[in-house]
Design a protein around this ligand. Sequence first.
Ligand SMILES: [Zn+2]
Length: 471
Amino acid sequence: MTKMRFLVILLCCVMLIPGFVQARIGEFTLRDELELARKFDLIIETRFPVVHDPYITGYVQTLVDRLVMAMPPQPFPIKVTVVRHGALNAFATAGGHIAVFTGLLSNLDSEDELASVIAHELAHVSERHIAQAIEKSKILGVGSLLGILAGVLLGTQGEGDAASALMIGTMAGTRALQLQYTRENEVEADQYGLDFLVGAGFAPYGMTGAFEKIRRLQWLSGGGDIPSYLSTHPGMDDRLGYIQDRIKRLPESVRQRQSDNAFFLRAQMLVRAWYADPNTALALFAPKAGDDQHLLCLKTLGRSIAHSRLKQKDLARTQFKAALSCYPRDALWKREFGRFAFESGTLEESVLALQDAIMMNPADLFALFFYARAVAEQGDYTASIAAMERVAKAVPRDPEVLENLARYQAATNNLFEAYLNYAQAFAYRRQFSKYELHLQKAEKLAKSDKDKERIKQVAQEVSEYQEILKN
Ligand SMILES: [Zn+2]
């Protein structure tokens, strides 16, 4: 883990969205907040590297779902987004949305620790601290709020493409300071968070474990990566002591709890294998004395992926073979092997593995994405369009997905759909003149009212996106 950058805590920074601002607590209509949440999604999806791997996002969502069961009823479904970024960080936003950084998955040691950080954020949600912070800050306007959103993330520069994907408003730091939760908010979030954690059956010491790690890694980072407004972060020392005291008063049976880490370790392996530097990942996946069978198997699969990222085909294939004895019928192994085979140009084995992966886990967007590309190369555009459309439905603003889909549609002479998808791909790559050009071509081909309606929808969504970019 030596090369990974250790970063920060932002357990405390608030991110928000326009519209929330003028109203007083309790005056928001359901519709206002839903609109807010939708806008937030658009910003996150188009400005930050979001993780779509269901083995990672699905896992984090199961933790959220468990914790939500232990919370008082919430007006909104709680939705979690996993952001690809090395910081040990999570934050809550409006409309019951929270974001979790991959840095938590790669640096924390257990399911209980990860659940603790999420529980803390969910407590900010349930206690409506966000609305309170907006009220107090008197920050108005889309620009300020979006600048803060970008600025807080940029302050913790992590892996390369995360940082380059962001733009920062110059005033972001100062404004983020105004938007911090109060110390009381933090103590409350710790208290309620611990209640949710224990109520959901997790081990309470996960919380002290997580906070200690966050404190330690923040210190190790030496401050260079930490934006100044984070140094005023409410004292972790006091909070840790307080949480420890509370845990001591819990029944022995609760204190002794320990979660099964099988799924946590699997998600952690994927985060490290795909998002860490591949050589760093290989070092992390070296077998160690004391590793149990499950961990050894995960590490073997992790090495397969890291070698495949380094284009070391033979090494990758050897490791995939070794991992196969651990995972003879495993959807994740099938998917990873299928992607590797696709990239190595062995289409037939790729299609077979990916087909299995999809059959076992129909929600696996990655498997679908590579399956669509593999069968397209075999000339089966009907199958490839069907698969890629499913991906595009789940991830509607990914230029690469849209481009591939457009290409298959063009190959089957469905030019209206092809131009419309090309147009969107260019828009989300921010090449707006090419977007206009392709949209016009689609307009000329539009026949039915349904076609015209689709064009209207696309134009509306893109203009909203352009509006956000202006800030
Ligand atoms: Zn907090």
